[in-house]
Design a protein. Structure first.
Length: 365
């Protein structure tokens, strides 16, 4: 449960930055700031790790159910408190730290930052961006987990396609897929869905709308395996697809392939977005590449399903080997309404490979 390779990297970062203490704070929403060091899905509303420059670990938990799992995972001291601020005072009592950095500082409630500052006599600094940069390059162990998550995403989409039929309501479809994925070992699943025609402008949580013949049914399916998320995006048509739906799919498929063909170490993430958008521009749909109709052309994946950097033309970041991201030209088109298409991609020495194996086509029932 202790990510030993990250542990060594974080200690090296502390020495490089002259940080005396490095804290890893997780709340009920953004757990990845904690789990990048101790990969455990804690039960309480908060959890925090204190890492000293000499490698000692102290973990603060706020739920009794977390005490033994964290102790077993970390091998270090574990403090159980009702209020995290009390745990901070206990863990840092007598600490003589000139500089304390916090991964996840931006998520901390003001009262916790105040308690931390009071105890240390100096405000902490944020380590979030530097830890994120380290985490972007996945370790072999993490890549193996992402492969397993992608394989489960494939099987989850197979179930999605098999279950879809006229009259099924969106929430019934999602319930079927969620039940399957959880039964197959997923820790969590981030999933969006949409169904209908040209009136559909985006995806959302499921509603009670019943599927009908002619509908496009889109989904982002993102199972989590031992902390790590992989994603697949596909579109399915109830019945035979129309010529306009087929034309829309052709554009989306070409755009996604352009991104995958370009992606390699050293390429600017902005260009990965640009080549997707260029396909839409070439086909006369350039106006649908902006924020009015779409959010991102992809994003990184890992311990959070929507990690940075986002794939956008105004985001500049040089891709690196062993980054894992999804390239998805998900947007609205007047041809078909909102459509999605994308795979989880692992950046290799010379290009990238898809971790998904689901067929690349416009599915239909």
């Amino acid at each position: 449960m202790l990510n030993r390779e990250r542990y060594e990297q974080f200690i090296a970062l502390m020495r490089e930055r002259s940080w005396d203490l490095l804290l890893f704070y997780g709340d009920g929403w953004r757990r990845e700031h904690f789990r990048c060091l101790i990969n455990l899905s804690y039960s309480g509303p908060h959890a925090l790790i204190v890492l000293s420059r000499n490698g000692e670990l102290t973990t603060i938990v706020t739920d009794p159910w977390d005490l033994e799992p964290v102790r077993s995972a970390s091998g270090g001291r574990v403090i159980l408190v009702r209020q995290l601020a009390d745990g901070l005072r206990e863990a840092l009592a007598g600490a003589n730290a000139a500089v304390t950095a916090v991964n996840g500082l931006e998520q901390m409630e003001a009262r916790l930052v105040a308690a931390l500052t009071e105890q240390l006599k100096v405000p902490p600094v944020s380590a979030t961006l530097e830890i994120e940069e380290i985490r972007r390059i996945k370790t072999p162990w993490e890549i193996d987990l992402l492969r397993k998550a992608a394989e489960l995403a494939d099987r989850g989409y197979d179930r999605f396609a098999r279950v879809c039929e006229p009259g099924l309501r969106e929430f019934e479809l999602v319930a079927e897929v969620e039940a399957f994925i959880k039964a197959e070992g997923a820790e969590d699943n981030f999933m969006l869905i949409a169904s209908g025609g040209t009136e559909v402008t985006g995806m959302k949580p499921p509603t009670d709308r019943a599927l009908a013949r002619g509908d496009s049914v889109t989904t982002e399916l993102t199972p989590q395996v031992n902390g790590y998320y992989a994603q697949i995006c596909r579109t399915l048509v109830i019945g035979e697809p129309s010529e306009r739906q087929l034309e829309a799919y052709r554009i989306f498929s070409e755009a996604q392939q352009a991104a995958q063909d370009l992606l390699h170490p050293g390429v600017d993430i902005a260009d990965v977005a640009r080549v997707q958008n260029d396909v839409f521009r070439k086909n006369g749909y350039g106006e649908y590449t902006g924020s009015k109709y779409t959010r991102v052309r992809g994003h990184n994946l890992g311990l959070y399903p929507d990690e940075l950097p986002h794939v956008l033309e105004n985001v500049h970041y040089l891709c690196k080997k062993d980054m894992v991201l999804i390239a998805h030209p998900n947007t609205y088109l007047p041809l078909s309404g909102y459509m999605v298409f994308g795979d989880t991609l692992l950046v290799t020495d010379t290009g990238c490979v898809s971790l998904n194996r689901t067929e690349r086509r416009l599915f239909n029932t």
